[in-house]
Design a binder for this molecule. Structure first.
Ligand code: CDP
Length: 203
């Protein structure tokens, strides 16, 4: 039976961690839709046409280690503002969302544009300073020499672009449950998300 959990929110809010934990606990398949935009962003940085890159995306392109970097994040948010890029990625996300056995998708527009009919919608957020600190720690742990100030600046620029664009901007769906993780540990955030999912699933 299809069952879609849509998890949206701004950069580094913890969507990915919550999405992976929900997928693990339910046995649902998980798609990090940010990776699709990051792969198109990376292709664009390398000179490809973003719309062509979006149309010809392969699963292998999502495994590239360079996708996690801040340059690719900015490039992703630039190509993501192009409606033709978004249109090229829409069908495969919808198919993934309605697959048998359930699906968890995390991104910016899952509950508002990709799956307005999702059975569960979560909007995971936190203050921008908290999110920048989390991303900065992640990047440092991955061996990247970046400053906290620079990380905060980049995150704010990306949030502004994602929320300000005309094509599927970052918005809280009216029927989404908002999870503000500013003062929450990851275990707490995951537990709160699982409560919402289990209640809706009836198990
Ligand atoms: O991990 P983080 O939250 O920093 O970013 P991400 O989820 O990997 O997304 C990278 C960029 O892709 C975002 O800043 C958005 O511009 C874009 N994106 C989008 O437009 N729609 C989605 N469903 C997912 C990502």
């Amino acid at each position: 039976m299809p069952f879609t959990v849509a998890i949206d929110g701004p950069a580094a809010a913890g969507k990915g961690t919550v999405a992976r934990a929900v997928a693990e606990a339910t046995g649902f398949a998980h798609l990090d839709t940010g990776l699709l935009y990051r792969a198109v962003g990376l292709a664009a940085l390398e000179g490809a046409d973003p719309v062509e890159a979006a149309r010809s995306l392969t699963p292998g392109a999502l495994e590239d280690g360079r996708l996690r970097g801040p340059e690719v994040a900015q490039a992703a948010s630039r190509v993501a503002a192009d409606p033709a890029v978004r249109a090229a990625l829409l069908e495969m996300q919808r198919r993934f969302a309605r697959r048998e056995g359930g699906a968890v998708l995390d991104g910016r527009d899952i509950g508002t544009a990709v799956c307005p009919e999702a059975e569960v919608k979560l909007f995971v957020t936190a203050s921008d300073v908290t999110r920048a600190e989390r991303r900065w720690r992640e990047l440092r742990a991955a061996g990247r020499e970046v400053g906290l100030e620079e990380t905060l600046r980049e995150l704010r620029a990306r949030d502004a672009r994602d929320a300000g664009r005309e094509a599927a901007p970052l918005r809280i769906a009216p029927d989404a449950v908002v999870l503000d993780t500013t003062a929450m540990g990851i275990d707490e955030a995951v537990a709160a998300a699982l409560r919402v999912v289990r209640e809706r699933l009836g198990r």
